[in-house]
Design a protein around this ligand. Sequence first.
Ligand code: FNR
Length: 182
Amino acid sequence: ADLIVGCLVGSLAQGSLNRLLAEALAARAPEGVKIAEIPIGDLPMFNRDLEADYPRVAVTFKEALAACDALLFITPEHNRSIPAVLKNAIDFASRPKGTNALAHLPAAILGASPGPIGTAAAQAHLRSILPALDVVLMGQPEMYLQVTPASFDATGAPEDALAARLDEFLDTFVAFARRHHA
Ligand code: FNR
């Protein structure tokens, strides 16, 4: 069967570098692997009062996660951590208590920034959050990507050096996900 991989992209920006990365990965998915973004931008701000009657958009979000065999977290760094929009989505996925939609899913993290550390500080935070939710995180290769809009051509295709890193990452990740998914 196909390996279904959902992407959570931590940016709502038009022309997001991280969404370009998600789209490049989807386009480069090997045979038998389907990679698609799961949107998080329509979720309201999490509030535990919502747990009694979870918003339809959050139920739909959790159903989309449940349909995945594995996840990719593709995130910018905002002020040395993950963007609030991504943390909000993780909080929705994890609740109500006992219904954590992330549990036992194999996952990996990538992040793109024009800055020299390539989201390393944000990814370190995400690496402390996800295992607490029983996500099975891949360790290597780490993907701290320093990119700019010029790293992609007009069709969204990444430059050669970036494409090679993405292909190597995908090879390792697909093997990891097949090994770990229930
Ligand atoms: C940033 N940016 C940024 N970059 C970085 O490398 N480290 C950081 O801590 C921050 N902090 C930060 C805070 C806020 C509020 C914004 C809006 C931006 C710059 C960021 O990397 C840049 O905007 C990227 O283009 C964001 O990724 P997307 O949205 O293009 O995917």
